[in-house]
Design a protein. Structure first.
Lengths: 654, 105
């Protein structure tokens, strides 16, 4: 136990868990105390993560601590910690973003009656996410994965008095579980063939092609099902936009930077397995992520809720990351492109959400048109940082997104089929467009807001209290009222995380070489494909330009160019009818076919069988009741007779 | 004294007891008498066990253990049977089995 690294690993996992338990059991009524416990339990892992990051850089061999938790014949299930560059980087991301979000939430959630519970849930999340990152075995990862799902459910449904919030929590839980079924079957496959779920040995075995090809393909695709659920890939992306019902810091923490990135992280973690899985699996993955990218960017173009825009943006960027990973796998590249995009995305997307949170907190609405009309741009710090983050999202030099997008597009360009590259560029264009739609609307408000915005403002004014924020309970007294009485500046606990994240958004791009050396062991000078560079920046600038024409310039009519194509616009507003599809799927397939027949089976076959046994017993009882003559001695006589007969028979048989 | 040191003696004794018990169960109409007869049958079985244990068994204690079991079971059975008899008496004001005809099929 004297090993400081092992102690550090244990502390990162156990401290947040202990914080969760202590807050939930003892201190949840005392807001300050709960906050202190939770902050301590998240600060220490953050410090540890930085120490690990710098001390363990240049690791040749992964550090593995593990013990066999379950041994059954051939099957060994290890528990423990695996520290290698991949997990160290993610550890830093997760620990830092959860720390920043905990700090930020002091301001955002201040005065909420569920403050203690909120911090307990955040601690639970931190524990399970950190455990995903450094777990050495896939089963441990799976358990933490489900725990993350639980934390996400608790946090999305945090304002559970609100019907839509509790519904959204359920939806997130069920939809991700849907994908996890596949993940679990994949794990079973691996266990059956491989006899263990140790990540390190699975990766080495996969590289050595120790498994039959079809099995590798199947397990990779099944594990990707889990990724689809968690990382909100088409067609399981529907839960993520709904998950925005939770408090905004939660959206920043779970639903943009860390939890949803867990899926992509899993892909990166098992990258050798995916790379070895062969072109079939990778092409399917690539196609799914490309569809996700395009689908969610187009929906982001028409949403008017700022959190929805960022949510769809998250979905699309996750698609972009897994495109990068799949393309690298296909072209024989490394996981760096996708993983680097994950890193930069974590910074700038958390920043986008936290900025959105400041606006929402301040104005009590989620609609960015209304924010704009009420003077959103006067909040200088969030407005500046949100612009930086949007530039990063669009992929403009010198912000972080530029470098990572460039890498992903480079990976796509290595594929023989250029359609992926074209679609990736289209995605970049759309991303720039929807990001700057929000920015321009916020930056250049109209002196006279358009009618539909004015109508919203009137509704809010008559409603008195902006409930767009989502607090279901009355809390004027607690000083957390939004809307009118809170037009003072932004509290420092909220702006500090913004500034930190903005700093990272600015510098992360230039850390590319260092990170690549850290992750891959060596930094290859990238042959900069000038054509690609021009194309990518051109697409981003084109997107921004179109956004300027539609939303920015003084004479802009605040109508998207999509208004020219009403059919298409409606299609996007209806979210590609994916919610309708799932509703139909549930009603027709699940309820209509499976539930119906299972119910029928239950009623007729199972219940019927039980009834048949009971009725048969009653009938035969009736039939045989003539034996009962109510004359005890007669019964005994026959009994003796029969026994004597049997005895004689046995004796004769000898 | 040789006769007491033979297996057959005890087997005949058990047979007689068993026969008396069987006759009692089948002939008597009084429930208590029937219960006593059943105890006789059980005792016959016990005597058999003891006898075989004494003269034939490879292990010296098996038959005795079973006999002890039979005694314990007989005690329990007597308690239950007596309580049933009391219940029957309360119901029918009689312990004659010919009166108990309610369960005729």
């Amino acid at each position: 136990m004297g090993d400081p690294i092992l102690l550090g690993c244990l502390a990162t996992v156990i401290l947040p868990l202990a914080a969760f338990a202590i807050i939930m059991i003892f201190t949840w009524r005392h807001h300050k105390l709960s906050l202190a416990i939770s902050l301590i339990a998240s600060t220490i892992p953050m410090i540890i993560s930085w120490i690990f990051f710098f001390k363990l850089a240049g690791l040749k061999q992964p550090i593995i601590y593990q013990f066999d938790w379950l041994i059954s014949d051939q099957v060994k299930v290890p528990f423990g910690f695996l520290l290698d560059p991949t997990s160290l980087l993610m550890l830093v991301i997760v620990a830092n973003i959860s720390w920043l979000v905990q700090v930020y939430s002091v301001g955002y959630m201040g005065g909420d009656p569920g403050f203690g519970r909120y911090y307990a849930d955040l601690s639970l999340f931190a524990m399970s996410m950190l455990s995903i990152v450094i777990s050495s075995g896939l089963l441990q990862l799976y358990i933490s994965w489900e725990l993350v799902g639980l934390a996400s459910y608790l946090l999305i449904g945090f304002w559970y008095e609100k019907f839509s919030a509790s519904e959204a929590g359920k939806k997130a839980f069920v939809v991700t579980r849907f994908g996890d079924i596949g993940f679990f079957i994949g794990l079973v496959f691996l266990t059956l063939y491989f006899g263990g779920l140790d990540i390190h040995s699975i990766n080495t075995a996969a590289v050595g092609k120790g498994m039959p090809q079809w099995l590798l393909t199947a397990s990779a695709l099944l594990i990707f099902c889990g990724v689809m659920g968690k990382s909100a890939q088409f067609p399981l992306h529907v839960w993520l936009p709904d998950a925005m019902e939770g408090p905004t810091p939660v959206s920043a923490l779970l639903h943009s930077a860390t939890m949803v990135a867990a899926g992509v992280y899993l892909m990166a973690r098992l990258f050798p397995l995916f790379a070895a899985a062969g072109p079939t699996a990778l092409t399917i993955i690539l196609a799914i992520s490309t569809i996700t990218l395009i689908l969610s960017s187009t929906i982001g173009m028409v949403a008017s809720d700022i959190k929805q825009v960022w949510a769809y943006s998250t979905v699309s960027q996750l698609g972009f990351m897994s495109m990068g990973l799949a393309a690298a796998g296909l072209a024989g590249g490394t996981l760096f492109a996708g993983y680097f995009h994950l890193t930069t995305h974590a910074a700038f997307k958390a920043l986008l959400f936290l900025c959105a949170g400041v606006f929402i907190h301040h104005f009590g609405t989620n609609d960015f048109f209304v924010m704009s009309a009420q003077g959103g741009r006067k909040l200088y710090i969030p407005m500046a940082t949100v612009t930086i983050a949007a530039l990063a999202l669009a992929g403009i030099f010198p912000f972080a997104g530029f470098f990572s997008k460039e890498l992903v597009l480079g990976a796509l360009a290595h594929l023989p089929n250029k359609i992926w590259l074209v679609l990736g560029l289209l995605g970049a264009f759309l991303t720039a467009y929807y990001a700057f739609r929000v920015i321009f609307v916020m930056l250049f408000p109209r002196p006279q807001p358009p009618d539909w915005v004015q109508a919203q403002i009137d509704v809010m004014a008559s409603g008195g209290h902006g409930h767009g924020h989502g607090h279901g309970h009355e809390e004027e007294d607690t000083g957390h009222g939004h809307g009118h009485e809170e037009h003072h500046g932004v509290p420092w606990v909220m702006s500090l995380p913004l500034l930190v994240l903005a700093f990272f958004t600015l510098i992360l791009g230039f850390c590319q070489g260092y990170l690549e050396k850290f992750l891959m062991g060596a930094s290859h000078p990238h042959d900069v494909d000038l054509m690609l560079l021009v194309a990518a920046v051109g697409c981003a600038l084109g997107g921004i330009g179109v956004a300027w024409l539609d939303w920015g310039r003084p004479t802009a009519k605040w109508q998207g160019f999509l208004r020219q194509f009403p059919v298409l616009e409606n299609f996007f507003i209806q979210k590609w009818y994916m919610d309708h599809f799932w509703r139909w799927f549930l009603n027709t397939i699940i309820y209509g076919i499976f539930s119906k027949w299972f119910t029928y089976n239950d009623r007729r076959v199972v219940d019927g069988g039980v009834d048949a046994v009971a009725l048969g017993t009653i009938g035969s009882g009736r039939l045989l009741s003539f034996i009962q003559t109510a004359f005890l001695q007669l019964n005994i006589f026959f009994m003796v007779l029969v026994l004597a007969g049997i005895g004689i028979y046995l004796l004769m048989g000898r | 004294m040789l006769i007491f040191n033979q297996l057959n003696t005890y087997l005949y004794l058990a047979l007689v007891l068993f026969a008396i018990g069987l006759y009692g169960v089948m002939a008597r109409r009084n429930l208590i008498a029937m219960l006593i007869s059943i105890e006789l049958i059980l005792n016959a079985a016990s005597i058999n066990f003891m006898a075989f244990n004494r003269f034939l068994a490879p292990h010296p204690a098996v038959g005795q253990v079973i006999t002890l079991f039979i005694m314990a079971v007989a005690a329990a059975e007597a308690a239950i049977a007596l309580s049933i008899i009391v219940a029957v008496y309360r119901k029918l004001k009689s312990i004659n089995v010919e009166q108990a005809t309610e369960l005729r099929g």
